[in-house]
Design a protein around this ligand. Structure first.
Ligand SMILES: *[C@@H]1O[C@H](CO)[C@@H](O)[C@H](O)[C@H]1NC(C)=O
Ligand SMILES: *[C@@H]1O[C@H](CO)[C@@H](O)[C@H](O)[C@H]1NC(C)=O
Length: 256
């Protein structure tokens, strides 16, 4: 009955403050495919925003100045400054999560990804690691709860055999460190198994991602999603929309 009412009342904005008070925070991290390159060609984003990625007053992002604002594409603008950003998985993730579970309330996205980074760049104590923590703490400042980390990274570790073999150990270390530093030892992590073949050892990296074998760490497989023409690395806009939905479904399955 309550679910029915909640869904029904969602039509009117005045009930939202009542039904949904706590902000649900998601941290997005990894490299360029998490930051989003959908729709970017010759250094320019085409500005196309699919319906699934539309802004919504209930979806916020923590911007580069640690201020909440209404989220819109490109979600990582000002945060991944390595290259021009386009569409990533974050907005379609947030829109679907809200649609499926309106009582999650306001969604706060904390983009932290940075293009071209190998797993060592995310090691505890590194600049990116510290930035992620700073952003996560800032996100929690006015309340809310971190619901999950969304993680898509590893292309940069697939070019060298030794590094690819070290990937699983380094990934697990990163996940455990970040959970410890966020004081949330069971924090759900939804990661992505690589879609694109950048290095000869990408199957080794994929294997580590698909079989991380940690509690509350799940993996969605991006293999088969469309990669941009003349670009062996980056997902297209429509592939990113699809990936966001896969991440949302995986998150909703593990619940919490
Ligand atoms: C990771 O990337 C950094 C900077 O690009 C590089 O200096 C380092 O050798 C790489 N390390 C590994 C283990 O891949
Ligand atoms: C891809 O490369 C081919 C051959 O160089 C070119 O004709 C085509 O326009 C390129 N496509 C895009 C989307 O850049």
């Amino acid at each position: 009955m309550f679910m029915f009412l909640a869904a029904f009342q969602l039509q009117s904005s005045e009930c939202l403050a009542f039904a949904c008070s706590e902000k649900s925070i998601f941290i997005l991290a990894g490299q360029s495919n998490m930051a989003g390159r959908g729709g970017v060609a010759k250094g320019t984003w085409d500005g196309c925003v699919p319906r699934e990625c539309r802004p919504d007053p209930r979806i916020l992002r923590l911007n580069a100045n640690l201020v909440w604002e209404e989220a819109r594409e490109p979600l990582h603008a000002g945060i991944d400054t390595s290259n021009p950003c386009g569409v990533g998985p974050g907005m379609s993730f947030a829109n679907l999560v809200l649609e499926r579970d309106p009582c999650l309330g306001v969604i706060g996205l904390v983009p932290c990804a940075f293009g071209g980074t190998n797993i060592t760049r995310w090691k505890r104590g590194s600049e990116l690691y510290n930035r992620l923590l700073t952003r996560a703490y800032a996100a929690l400042q006015d309340g809310g709860k971190i619901r999950a980390i969304l993680w898509y990274q590893g292309e940069s570790d697939s070019t060298d055999e030794t590094r690819a073999k070290m990937y699983k150990m380094r990934l697990i270390e990163f996940f455990l460190d970040i959970r410890r530093d966020l004081a949330s030892p069971a924090l759900p992590i939804v990661q992505v198994a690589l879609a694109s073949d950048v290095g000869p050892y990408f199957e080794v990296v994929r294997e580590a991602q698909l079989r991380t074998e940690l509690p509350n760490v799940v993996c969605v497989d991006a293999m088969g999603l469309e990669v941009k023409e003349n670009d062996t690395l980056h997902l297209t806009t429509s592939a990113q929309v699809q990936l966001g939905k896969m991440l949302a479904n995986a998150f909703l399955r593990i619940g919490i």
